[in-house]
Design a protein around this ligand. Structure first.
Ligand code: PEP
Ligand code: MG
Length: 564
C-alpha cells in the first residue's frame, strides 16, 4: 500500500477473478464483544423491553434478507429469524437481566447457556449453535449502537471488503449489488476465490490493509492484475475503462469450440456448483461441464438430501446441457468443504484426513444415494454424463469406485488427479477408469505441502510453480500411454497463459468458471500446438513461478497480455 488510506492510494493483492469495477467500499464488520465494564441493569423490566425490541429488529432484518436470498442462503437466514423470536431465548435473557447484568452481557450469557445445552443434546440441536451465536452478535451490535456483523445487506452496488469470507457468506452475494470482493486473507484456490469467479464478481485476495480504508470510500478494483486504487483519479478510472475496452476487443473472437491456431482441440468446459450455475453456464458458449462440484449444493444442509431431491436436481442440471458433456464429481466432503451430514468428527489435519473418496468409502450410504440419484437422472435424460471421484490416491480406490459407478449403469467413470501419488502413477490408475481430471488446486497444496486455506502461503500455491507443472506432465504421460483423456478442472485451467502450457503438456480439456472461457478460447486460437509445447518446456525450465510465467509471456502473442 502507498499513501494515506483516506486519500489516494494503491494496494496490490492477488487477482483471482478478472474484471474491473469502481464503487463505494463496504467493510464486513467483525462480531462485537460486550464491554467488560458494562453498567449493571437496575430496571430489569425496562431493559427486557429494550432487548426484546432489539431481537425483533434482528429477526426482521434477517427476514428481509431471506426474502431476496438465493437457495443457498435462505435457509441459513430463516433459521436465524426463528432463533431471534424464540421465547426460550427471551426468557433466558430476562433471567440474566433480573440478576443485574447489563443488556449486552445478559444476551451473551443467556446465549452461551443455551448453546451449552444444545451442544450437550448433540445432533440437530448442536448444529443450531452457529445460528444462535449469529443472532447474539447481531443483537449485541445493535445494543451497542454498532453495525450488525457479517456481510451487510447491500442496498447500493458496492465493493465488499473483509478479512475473509466463508463459502456460505459468498453465496449470499449477487452481481447486482456486489461489484467486487477484496479480502485480506484467502488464496487463489480458496473457495472465496472460486465462488467469486463462479459468480463473475471481480475479486482480489491477500490485499493487506484494505480493512483500514473507511466505509464508503470510492475504490477501483482490477480483479485480473490484483490492483486496488483508493479514491481513484478520473485518469485512473479512464485507464481502467481503456483496459476493459482492450480486453473486450481481444475477447470478441468468437464462440466456437476450443482449439489451437492449427486446430488441436481443447474442449472448453464450465465449472458449476448449483442448478442456478448450470442454467447460467448452459446459456454460454461452453462445450459442457468439466466439474460439477456437487457438495456446493449442500454446504448448509444439516441432513442428507434425499434420493428424490438429488435426482430432481441432477435431472435439472443434465437437461440444461442437452447433449453436451457433464462431468459430475461425487461429494468432496471434508477439509475445506465440510458437510454437516457427512462429518466424521474433528481431525488433526483435515486436508490429509478422511476427505473426498476416503469419506465416501466410509459413508457408503451417502455415496450410494448420490450415485443412485445420478443413475436415475441419467436414465431420465440419457445425457452425456461422466461421473468422477475426488481425492483418488491408489489403484484400489479407483477400481472400487469404478465398479460401483459401472454397476449402476452409468456410462463413463473417471477420477480426479489431485494427490501427487495419482499423478505419478496415473498410468496404473487410468487402467481402471475412462478419464481423469487434474484438480490443480489440491495437487498444488499437496505437491508444495502448503495449506490452500492459509492465505499467507499463497506464493507457494502459485499454479505456475514448475514443480506443479512437472507433476502435471507426469500425469499427462500416463494418460498418453493409456490413450485416455486428461483434463484440468482446477483454477489453473482458467488462466489464459497457463492454459497454453497445459495444452502443450497434453491436456485435452480445460474447465473453469464460465466467465473465464472467452479469454482462454482467444489465447488458444492465437497459438499453435507446437508453440504451446515450446511454452510448456520453457515454463518447466523456469526456476520458479515468476520465471515460468515471464518466459511464457515473452514467447506469446502480445495480445495475450490484455487477457491476463
Ligand atoms: C481442485 O482441487 O483443483 C479441484 C478442482 O477441486 P476443489 O477446488 O473443489 O477441491
Ligand atoms: Mg480438490
Amino acid at each position: 500500500m502507498s499513501g494515506d488510506t483516506e486519500l489516494h492510494s494503491t494496494f496490490h493483492g492477488i487477482g483471482v477473478s478478472a474484471g474491473t469495477a469502481v464503487g463505494p467500499l463496504v467493510v464486513v464488520t467483525p462480531p462485537p464483544k460486550p464491554p467488560a465494564d458494562e453498567p449493571a441493569t437496575t430496571d430489569a423490566d425496562a431493559a427486557a423491553a429494550t432487548v426484546h425490541g432489539v431481537l425483533e429488529d434482528v429477526a426482521k432484518g434477517l427476514e428481509e434478507r431471506a426474502a431476496v436470498a438465493n437457495d443457498h442462503a435462505r435457509p441459513i437466514l430463516e433459521a436465524g429469524v426463528m432463533m431471534a423470536r424464540d421465547p426460550g431465548l427471551a426468557a433466558g435473557i430476562d433471567t440474566q437481566l433480573q440478576a443485574g447484568k447489563g443488556p449486552a452481557t445478559a444476551v451473551t450469557d443467556a446465549v452461551e447457556e443455551i448453546c451449552a445445552m444444545f451442544t450437550a443434546l448433540g445432533g440437530y440441536m448442536a448444529e443450531r449453535v452457529t445460528d444462535l451465536r449469529d443472532v447474539r452478535d447481531r443483537a449485541v451490535a445493535r445494543l451497542l449502537g454498532q453495525p450488525e456483523p457479517g456481510v451487510p445487506s447491500l442496498s447500493v452496488p458496492s465493493i465488499l471488503a473483509a478479512h475473509d469470507l466463508a463459502p456460505a457468506e459468498t453465496a449470499t452475494l449477487t452481481t447486482e449489488t456486489c461489484l467486487g470482493i477484496i479480502t485480506e486473507a484467502g488464496g487463489p484456490t480458496s473457495h472465496t476465490a472460486i465462488l467469486a469467479s463462479q459468480l463473475g464478481i471481480p475479486a482480489v485476495v491477500q490485499a493487506a490493509g484494505i480493512l483500514k480504508v473507511p466505509f464508503g470510500t470510492t475504490v477501483a478494483i482490477d480483479g485480473g492484475v490484483g490492483e486496488i486504487t483508493v479514491n481513484p483519479t478520473d485518469q485512473e478510472v479512464a485507464l481502467l475503462e481503456e483496459r476493459k475496452r482492450r480486453r473486450a476487443a481481444a475477447l470478441a473472437g468468437g464462440t466456437g469450440n476450443g482449439a489451437t491456431k492449427d486446430g488441436y482441440p481443447v474442449a472448453l468446459l464450465a465449472n458449476i456448483g448449483t442448478a442456478a450455475d448450470a442454467h447460467k453456464a448452459a446459456a454460454q458458449a461452453v462445450e459442457g461441464v468439466g466439474l460439477f462440484r456437487t457438495e456446493f449444493l449442500f454446504l448448509d444442509r444439516d441432513t442428507m438430501p434425499t434420493l428424490e431431491e438429488q435426482t430432481a436436481t441432477y435431472t435439472e442440471v443434465f437437461t440444461a446441457f442437452g447433449d453436451r458433456r457433464i462431468v459430475v464429481r461425487t461429494l468432496d466432503a471434508g477439509a475445506d468443504k465440510p458437510l454437516k451430514f457427512a462429518d466424521l468428527g474433528p481431525e488433526e489435519n483435515p486436508a490429509l484426513g478422511r476427505r473426498g473418496i476416503r469419506l465416501g468409502m466410509i459413508r457408503t450410504d451417502v455415496l450410494d444415494t448420490q450415485l443412485e440419484a445420478l443413475a436415475a437422472a441419467y436414465r431420465a435424460t440419457r445425457a452425456d454424463v461422466r461421473v468422477m471421484a475426488p481425492m483418488i490416491a491408489t489403484q484400489a480406490e479407483a477400481m472400487w469406485f469404478a465398479d460401483r459407478v459401472r454397476g449402476l449403469g452409468l456410462p463413463k467413470v473417471g477420477i480426479m488427479i489431485e494427490v501427487p501419488a495419482a499423478a505419478i502413477r496415473s498410468k496404473g490408475i487410468l487402467y481402471h477408469v475412462d478419464f481423469a481430471s487434474l484438480g490443480t488446486n489440491d495437487l498444488s497444496q499437496y505437491t508444495m505441502a502448503a495449506d490452500r486455506m492459509q492465505g499467507e502461503l499463497a506464493p507457494l500455491l502459485d499454479p505456475w510453480e514448475p514443480a506443479l507443472l512437472d507433476v502435471v506432465a507426469l500425469a499427462c504421460e500416463g494418460g498418453q500411454l493409456m490413450g485416455k483423456p486428461i483434463g484440468v478442472c482446477g483454477e489453473a485451467g482458467g488462466d489464459p497463459a497457463l492454459a497454453l502450457v497445459l495444452a502443450g503438456l497434453g491436456v485435452s480439456s480445460l474447465s473453469m468458471a464460465p466467465g473465464k472461457v472467452p479469454a482462454v478460447r482467444t489465447a488458444l486460437g492465437l497459438h499453435t500446438l507446437t508453440q504451446c509445447q515450446q511454452m510448456a518446456a520453457a515454463a518447466r525450465a523456469g526456476t520458479n513461478a515468476t520465471d515460468a510465467k515471464t518466459a511464457v509471456l515473452a514467447m506469446a502473442d502480445p495480445v495475450l497480455r490484455d487477457l491476463v
